[in-house]
Design a protein. Structure first.
Length: 296
């Protein structure tokens, strides 16, 4: 996946307006026009990098003449102490843009790192990892991008690009069969029907309706095993619902096609990334040394 500048620019512009409103009263009153500085953005943890183009756009929107040197790429691993980017530009932009650029990088790199971790855990079992539909409006596009940088896929972006029949749809219409009978005649021919099932009986009904994808939602492991066996190769299968690092391998062993984990996007830590004007400060070097020792 590649970020499209015209799609990320409104997101970054919105962030700058929220941060600065009428200006940075600290930085713009400290520095004279024409003052410049050079800063380094660096990792303080091991992980997977994501969000460099967003950070780059942040600096460029603040100072179109600044020079940004990117020293790695999104999707690449980083280690404590690795320099990710170096920026030379008007001095005032580093106070104005520091929090914005780092927030994007830290949040998106945290998502990419979690996605990569889950992908590696289930790699021996040939199972795909996706996020779930969850995401934060405005930056959901960036979050889905970060998932891809971690080596996983997006389960669905939003309601416009998939048919996902959930429990409340079924309750309101009456049954899976009734839902499918209403949907089929009206659907765009390129859209498949995915049905969320919680029981073996629902799985059988979804199969009888010819649904192309069946989501096993919050099933106990024994029911999930039976459901996967029941479906076989008659539909694409997805396991989801409360799956964590502690349970993902057992779920992968069931033979499900892919596992959707909302926590990749909405839970977990950010990746620790910082910025310094000039050389790295002493406290950062101590943090990096500790992180390196912990990793070894």
């Amino acid at each position: 996946m590649q970020l499209i500048d015209s799609l990320i620019k409104p997101i970054v512009e919105w962030g700058i307006r929220e941060e600065l409103l009428h200006g940075d009263h600290t930085g713009q009153n400290l520095w004279e026009p024409g003052d410049t500085a050079t800063a380094q953005v660096y990792a303080k943890q091991s992980g997977i990098v994501a969000g460099l183009p967003v950070a780059n756009m942040t600096w460029k929107l603040l100072d179109p003449d600044c020079v940004v040197e990117t020293l790695t790429e999104d999707g690449a691993p980083c280690e404590p102490g690795d320099i990710l980017m170096r920026i030379t530009g008007a001095s005032w932009i580093f106070g104005a843009g520091e929090r914005l650029a780092l927030d994007y990088l830290q949040h998106l790199s945290g998502i990419a790192t979690r996605a990569h971790h889950y992908v590696k855990l289930v790699e021996p079992y040939g199972v795909g990892i996706t996020d779930a539909r969850k995401g934060i409006p405005v930056i959901r596009y960036l979050q889905k991008y970060a998932v891809a940088m971690g080596g996983a896929k997006s389960h669905m972006y939003s309601l416009h690009n998939a048919i996902l029949v959930k429990d409340n749809h079924i309750k309101m219409v009456g049954s899976i069969t009734a839902v499918v009978e209403r949907l089929r005649p009206k659907l765009q021919h390129t859209l498949k029907i995915e049905i969320e099932c919680e029981t073996l009986e629902q799985v059988q009904e979804a199969l009888d309706c010819g649904c192309e994808c069946i989501m096993f939602d919050n099933m106990d492991l024994d029911v999930l095993i039976q459901s996967v066996a029941l479906v076989g190769d008659r539909a694409y299968t997805v396991a989801t619902g409360g799956i964590s690092e502690a349970t993902v391998i057992e779920v992968a062993k069931t033979g499900v096609n892919h596992i959707a984990i909302g926590g990749i996007v909405h839970s977990g830590d950010v990746l620790d990334i910082s910025i310094d004007i000039g050389d790295l400060k002493a406290s950062a070097r101590r943090d990096i040394d500790r992180a390196r020792k912990t990793a070894s």
